[in-house]
Write a protein that binds this ligand. Sequence first.
Ligand code: NAI
Length: 328
Amino acid sequence: ARTPVTVTVTGAAGQIGYALLFRIASGQLLGADTPVRLRLLEIPQAVKAAEGTAMELDDCAFPLLDGIDIFDDATQAFAGANVALLVGARPRTKGMERGDLLEANGGIFKPQGEAINAGAADDIKVLVVGNPANTNALIAQQHAPDVPAERFTAMTRLDHNRALAQLSKKAGVSVSEITKLTIWGNHSATQYPDVFHAEIASKNAAETVNDQAWLENDFIPTVAKRGAAIIEARGASSAASAASAAVDHVHTWVNGTAEGDWTSMAVVSDGSYGVPEGLISSFPVTTKDGRWEIVQGLEINDFSRARIDASVGELAEERDAVRKLGLI
Ligand code: NAI
């Protein structure tokens, strides 16, 4: 058997945590031949609930689950971590200003970045799910100066999967026939799901669908506002689909994208496509041997340019706000 991989999950007692941990322990995160050791981080009040989830994980008798430890201390939780899923975050409550939200999350992601810097394994890969995910990832990354910046990523895979689902329904094809879809920018309502480079059964998706009104008035807002629609219908925010996307994100990062396809990940910008260097923004990326690369050379039409710029502008504002607050 292979040596176990240590996976740290924060917010383990939350609703995404409850959907996510069983998928990880069953082998879906890394592959069916890789044992996992779970390290769970929660706030002290939620440790007992995390212990309850750990009891259920034991009761699944997953052959690949090599052990579970639960912590309320970040330094301990990230010690030796190969993969870190940062799910726990401070949600926006009624009447909360953006500055307050960023400040509260800075109080979580700064110490977690420091703990990753101090004690994670050399090959650490970080996925931030907790919102505002891109900026939380930036805060953590800025406090982990010894970890290569490219190891900090934020999740737009749920948006990517939502876009796949909408396009597959519109075109009447299976999601598996769609490739090269891209989410650009921030994981927020300004995100831009781009079908101009996507392909349906190897033909250009935008040309195949040939319906600009649908694209502008239906597809883009449906994908961008899907989170709110789920809350409206379910009475709770997306959890199983978010967990599934987190599993997809890490699985793709570790195991690689298929030949002729790419995925969407929020990664540190090198200035590609005019996205200011250092921002953690969603791009089309290919992955291989545990490394990602931004897909180069795509032509960006005016319609896409305006939407990418708007979302990236929002990310720059968030970065400036956390800078002003002294969080980075
Ligand atoms: P939840 O409120 O059910 O669970 C969050 C958990 O995090 C709670 O158990 C809480 O005790 C814990 N927590 C809070 N501060 C912590 C800290 N400092 N250390 C460790 N644990 C801490 O929330 P849910 O539904 O599980 O969502 C988690 C986050 O994921 C939210 O920020 C949500 O907005 C975000 N999200 C992101 C998505 C994306 O596509 N990027 C999609 C869906 C949700």
